[in-house]
Design a protein around this ligand. Structure first.
Ligand code: SF4
Length: 295
């Protein structure tokens, strides 16, 4: 049966099951680049044991500065069946993972519905949907009740930036609608006795060099639309130019300055956001996971 992929806002209409590729560059079957405990998420996600990350291949944004470009741009990964994917999640749980962290799951969101229905009751730990924020509300609705924590980026306010860096001029409106649906599903943050996140939303925002005003516009828009207490904010300074040196826009060829990050941080605190604020020392390509091991 022909299947036209419309599951994310790109609405490519290609038949991935027949080998056609859309913007995300991956076929219909699950493709996984890495499944391992990961320590470098926010403290309420990583905890002391680590988050059980499953890095999926492909991406529907493919940002020009992406730190994981072998996986996002070049679709590095291994094809796995739905049963094997469930086994990987159970293995991570058995290794002590505090949660199952689905990284860049967007091209597989529909396929994940059945897997999560089956495996979630056996796991007994939260399911985290860790994405770029460019999501279809219709697809997210199918995940209602299957995801405990949404961990979306909110990358841009400005359409020209979103278009230049992620090929998504409608990013702001799409991400705003998606975040609204995520908040509707999981509500405000909830923690266990050890401070681990059981449910809710963490919005990540990466401050980009030369674009602190856009960061401030993002924060103001989110505060105005949702209030600053609806979700946790993770304000990231870890931008590294190592992955963007071939980008013609020289604005991306340096790190974020102390002034740039500090001015965005001041605005976040003035707006009353709570969450996670990074030190600039974390701006390093060493944070990129190894994607060349076995699963
Ligand atoms: S999931 Fe991939 S193929 Fe499907 S609409 Fe999105 S980018 Fe296109």
């Amino acid at each position: 049966m022909e299947h036209k992929c419309m599951q994310c806002p790109r609405r490519c209409g290609v038949d991935r099951a027949a080998g056609q590729l859309g913007y995300c560059g991956v076929p219909w079957e699950f493709s996984v680049a890495r499944a391992a405990l990961h320590q470098w998420e926010e403290p309420s996600i990583s905890g002391k044991n680590g988050s059980g990350t499953v890095f999926f291949s492909g991406c529907n944004l493919r940002c020009v500065f992406c730190q994981n470009r072998e996986v996002s741009h070049h679709a590095l990964g291994q094809t796995v069946s739905a049963d094997r994917l469930a086994e990987l999640m159970l293995r991570l749980r058995d290794e002590g993972a505090h949660n199952i962290n689905l990284v860049t799951p967007t091209p597989y969101a529909l396929q994940l519905v059945d897997v999560l229905r089956t495996v979630r009751p056996k796991l007994g730990i939260p399911i985290v949907y860790n994405c770029g924020g460019y999501e279809s509300v219709e697809t997210l609705r199918l995940l209602d009740g299957l995801v405990d924590v949404y961990l979306p980026d909110f990358k841009y306010a400005d359409a020209a930036l979103a278009s230049a860096y992620s090929g998504a001029g409608d990013y702001f409106e799409v991400a705003l609608a998606a975040l609204s649906e995520m908040l509707r599903q999981v509500g405000p943050p909830r923690f266990d006795a050890d401070g681990m996140l059981l449910g809710g939303v963490i919005v990540r925002h990466l401050v980009l060099p030369s674009h602190r005003k856009d960061s401030i516009a993002v924060l103001r828009a989110l505060a105005e639309r949702f209030g600053s207490g609806a979700f946790l904010l993770s304000l990231m300074s870890q931008y590294t130019p190592d992955f963007a040196m071939d980008c013609p826009d020289s604005a991306l060829h340096r790190r974020v300055t102390t002034f740039e990050y500090g001015s965005v941080l001041d605005e976040a605190q003035n707006l009353g956001f709570d969450g996670y604020f990074q030190s600039r020392s974390s701006a390093s390509s060493a944070f990129t996971p190894d994607f060349y091991g076995s699963l």
